[in-house]
Design a binder for this molecule. Structure first.
Ligand code: 9MG
Length: 290
């Protein structure tokens, strides 16, 4: 008997199906005025400009984004918490406009149950939670909504996470954490094939931790869940290249391709969360052709 399990190559997202036979590209749309790297630059005078949002998302979709990830809370190192109402105000009107205008897959980057619920009502297809559904009522809310969830590892909270991150064995600890969170989801009745795992690059990790985790991607892929990988413009790239955030394009694309290679080489599947959709997509097309 063949006992070898392989990772699913598609993800049911409500009524839509995401193809994961090749890496899917998730374009970042940050709706936070203080974000470290404003995905899409949709602000005019610190206000979200609805026309800029539409044209930015339209461009990302034309460039090959399979998913658009919207977030109203900055999670960059040192970021201050945002109130529930503020997060709702930032995200929900924009999401309503987007789902009315584009037939794409939208994910909601939030840890807040109220935001998850209203985003689902507005047509969101995936919940992307950097806190792995640990906030009160988040797990139950996500289970009730029946949408796929991304469980991400973070040590500590954004405000202090980069102060002095420490691990005994970073890969083992991240895997242990994600395994426990996954079990909580399964215990509440979520389907295993609706769960994405994410090592959380840059979230409470030094450069050495991030590199160990990167080298552990094939091991993570063997968990038989699609992996969500966010490396784009992160400080680990800045540290390797000694480059400011607006000079990390080549590093970001290089790491995205290496991550795809590591994960698909281990028969996994992946979603790559990126700011630079066009460039990442072109590099992926070359990689796949070869
Ligand atoms: C919101 N956000 C910022 N970075 C991220 C990452 O690496 N993974 C996920 N799932 N979300 C992220």
């Amino acid at each position: 008997m063949n006992n070898i399990k392989t990772t699913q190559k598609q993800l049911q997202c409500g009524s839509k199906v995401l193809d994961l036979s090749k890496p899917a590209v998730m374009g970042v749309l940050n709706l936070t005025p203080d974000s470290f790297s404003d995905g899409g630059n949709v602000f005019s005078k610190a206000q979200v400009d609805p026309n800029k949002v539409l044209s930015t998302v339209s461009t990302m979709i034309d460039d090959g984004a399979d998913i658009i990830d919207l977030g109203g809370e900055s999670t960059r190192p040192g970021a201050k918490p945002v109130s529930v109402q503020e997060e709702l105000d930032r995200v929900i009107p924009v999401l309503n406009r987007l789902t009315a205008n584009f037939d794409s897959i939208f994910s909601i980057d939030s840890s807040t149950p109220e935001v998850m619920k209203e985003a689902a009502d507005a047509g969101a297809h995936i919940i992307n939670d950097v806190r792995a559904l640990q906030r009160p009522r988040a797990l139950q809310t996500a289970a009730n909504l029946g949408l796929p969830v991304c469980l991400m590892h973070m040590q500590n909270q954004p405000k202090t996470m980069q102060d002095n991150p420490e691990y005994r064995d970073v890969l083992a600890e991240v895997l242990e954490f994600l395994g426990k969170r996954k079990q909580e989801c399964l215990d509440l009745g979520m389907q295993a094939d609706q769960i994405l795992l994410d090592p959380g690059f840059g979230f409470g990790k030094t450069l050495a931790h991030n590199l160990s985790l990167f080298n552990g991607l094939p091991t993570m892929a063997k968990e038989n869940h699609p992996l969500l990988v966010g490396l784009s413009r992160k400080s680990m790239i800045g540290q390797i290249l000694d480059a400011e955030v607006n000079d990390r394009l080549i590093g970001s694309v290089t790491m995205a391709i290496l991550a795809a290679q590591a994960i698909y080489g281990a028969d996994g599947s992946a979603i790559l969360r990126v700011h630079d959709v066009k460039e990442t997509k072109q590099a992926l097309d070359i990689w796949q052709a070869i």
